[in-house]
Design a protein around this ligand. Structure first.
Ligand code: PLP
Length: 622
């Protein structure tokens, strides 16, 4: 297809990440996967995460927004020192930043305070490489101030070597970093969570077994993405080097003399080329040039092909012994080094072709509707709108009556790989949640509704299981344990206790006093409509998703259509769509529970579209 391309193999990236993460894990080190050379390609970040990295490191806000907009909800660390002019944007989109200027941290603090957010900082210490970092004399005064700043927490200390000055990580300079962490801990009586000992250049030291105790984080890009450490650029054991390939097409293939004919001057870029006379050789010209990639950083995968030179748009190669195996129009693959890859990823002229399991991964194509009524018209309408995005709507094979029937039917639909859509019945939310927790493992819960629905009916002095609303039923095991409700005769043995930190209420407009007390005592996460007004729907949904999915195997989404009232008290239709699309793109949703207004009732058009938004984007996968 025309121009040159980068071929990205997600399976190789995932495998490389696993190799590096496993080695690091043996030494008590967590890896932040650095995706910046891929310009924040979401599929690459996801492959890193599947391979075991504990968060993503990125250097540019554009890349970070790209990741966030595509559903990457894991913690993101901003690697480049934040500019003063962007601190607001940073606290809204980034969890952790690396810092070396106290005035920037002050500005991050006031921005975070304005938005009611908390921002974590890693203080960089310059151990001699002369790129970023506090000079050692300034570290303790900086820590003192950071600890006093509101809405900022000190995540840890870090260093960056082998970047500008080429200083290599050694047991000595790494120990200096650990010593700094201990000095800070002793001086201020605090615990330093993260001691971040650098980038891919720290891996040889780690593998040699000489990395000092205490370093517990590395920020790794090149070793995973290109399979090489960066001190001597040697192949890293167990990794593959061709996760990224640059491919270009032969546009000329001819026998030509190896030395130009005529008087020679400067070439197109002001250099003076030299030539070795080898007589007639088979030369190829490829449709890739300096405008597309840093061609000096390319090496042909086929070792017989040698790069002779390049202009803006052409790469000239000598085909050597490979000449009979290539023909015009065929493509040649090159291994890029870091800078060649960066240039190719950044160039608008270079296509990005993503390959690997994650791309062709089977997504459920069947939606199973579990509903109280199975109203014909509703089924018909939903069925039509889901068909338009490639899903088939099915009903359970047999007539389901009680809770138990629904419970086992939802479980079997999940294990068969279909997507359950629950349509409001009082017990259906908790039944579905339990079924998913048992079948798929711990579930996050996103409760999108104007009200918490923990309690129904009048407030009584003593609460019983009968007083519980849909969310109350999900929370029942916790409510029982904390003594909020009395145990009833009926034992809820099928119910698994949800984990409170993965429960997020979104869009809350009202709550009874007793519900507020319960929310506080269980420590549930709440984002009210006011938060959405302040921060915007996308920032809130992103945070909500992040909270809900940390450590969980999937996400149960409850959506009460009353929250989408066209933007009067609740969400506008556009906000609802954006929210649903973000949920879909996160790829975490395993069940959707839609209760409230009937689909065939008022506003049905929008409800069907919202459901389609929540499901539709899954088709795009990566
Ligand atoms: C780019 C970068 C890294 C990752 O470096 P690699 O050599 O790709 O592992 C780590 N830390 C910082 C601060 C960076 O800018």
């Amino acid at each position: 297809m025309g121009g040159p391309s980068v071929r990205i193999d997600l399976d190789k990236i995932e495998n490389n990440a696993r190799v590096v993460c496993n080695l690091c894990a043996e030494h008590g080190i967590q890896v932040t996967g650095v995706s910046k050379v891929s310009c924040g390609t979401p599929a690459v970040a996801r492959a890193l995460l599947r391979g075991g990295v504990k968060g993503i490191g990125e250097s540019r806000m554009e890349n970070i927004h790209r990741l966030r907009a595509n559903g990457v909800v894991e913690p993101i660390t901003l690697l480049r020192i934040p500019p003063l002019s962007e601190t607001e944007e940073i606290v809204r989109s980034v969890d952790v930043s690396l810092n070396s200027e106290i005035s920037v941290i002050r500005s991050l603090s006031s921005a975070a305070e304005r938005f009611g957010l908390n921002h974590r900082v890693i203080l960089m210490i310059d151990l001699g490489d002369l790129r970023e970092g506090f000079w050692p004399d300034d570290v303790l005064p900086a820590v003192r101030e950071v600890l006093e700043l509101p809405n900022i927490s000190l995540e840890g200390v870090g260093t960056n070597l082998t970047c500008y000055g080429g200083v290599i990580p050694t047991p000595e300079n790494m120990q200096q970093l650990v010593d700094w962490a201990h000095r800070i801990e002793d001086t201020f009586d605090i615990h330093i969570r993260t001691i971040s000992g650098g980038n891919s250049s720290s891996l040889p030291l780690l593998a040699s077994g000489k990395m000092p105790q205490g370093i517990n984080n590395l920020r790794i890009g090149e070793a995973i993405l290109l399979g090489r450490e960066t001190v001597k650029r040697q192949v890293w054991p167990g990794t593959e080097q061709d996760a990224f390939l640059i491919e270009a097409e032969l546009i000329e293939l001819k026998e030509k003399p190896s030395v130009p004919i005529g008087e020679t001057g400067e070439d197109a870029f002001g250099g003076r080329p030299t030539f070795v006379d080898k007589g007639l050789v088979t030369r190829g010209i490829l449709n890739i040039g300096r405008e597309d990639a840093d061609v000096d950083g390319l090496r042909a995968m086929d070792g017989r092909i040698e790069i002779l030179g390049a202009s803006s748009d052409h790469l000239i190669v000598e085909m050597g012994a490979a000449k009979d195996e290539y023909s015009l129009g065929q493509s040649v693959s090159f291994l890029p080094n870091y800078s060649a890859l960066l240039a190719a990823m950044t160039s608008a002229y270079v296509q990005k072709n993503i390959h690997g399991k994650a791309v062709s991964e089977h997504k459920p194509k069947k939606v199973l509707l579990f509903s109280a009524s199975n109203h014909d018209l509703e089924v018909e309408l939903l069925s039509r709108s889901l068909a338009s995005i490639g899903f088939e709507l099915e009903l359970p094979a047999k007539n389901l009556r009680g809770e138990e029937d629904f419970f086992s039917a939802i479980r079997s639909s999940l294990s068969a790989g279909s997507f359950p859509l629950l349509r409001g019945r009082r017990f259906l939310s908790s039944t579905g949640f339990s079924a998913a927790s048992i079948e798929l493992g711990q579930q996050g819960l996103l409760w999108i509704s104007p009200s918490p629905s923990i309690i129904v009916g009048e407030k009584k002095k003593e609460l019983h299981t009968d007083d519980l609303g849909p969310l109350g039923r999900i929370l029942a095991p916790d409510l029982l344990e904390l003594g909020w409700i009395e145990a009833s005769e009926k034992k809820s043995d099928d119910q698994t206790a949800p984990s409170a930190e993965n429960i997020v209420l979104l869009g809350l407009q009202e709550a009874r006093p007793v519900e507020v007390e319960i929310i506080r005592s269980l420590g549930l996460n709440v984002y009210t409509m006011e938060d959405i007004d302040m921060l915007g729907i996308s920032a809130v949904v992103r945070k909500a998703l992040q909270r809900a999915v940390i450590g969980s195997q999937g996400l149960f989404v409850h959506y009460d259509p009353r929250i989408s009232d066209g933007g009067q008290e609740g969400l506008s239709n556009r906000e609802t769509h954006l929210m649903m699309e973000m949920i879909a793109r996160s790829g975490f949703m395993r069940l959707l529970d839609v209760s409230g207004a009937a689909i065939h009732g008022r506003g049905r058009g929008s409800l069907q579209k919202f459901i389609a938004s929540a499901l539709g984007k899954r088709i795009l996968g990566v």
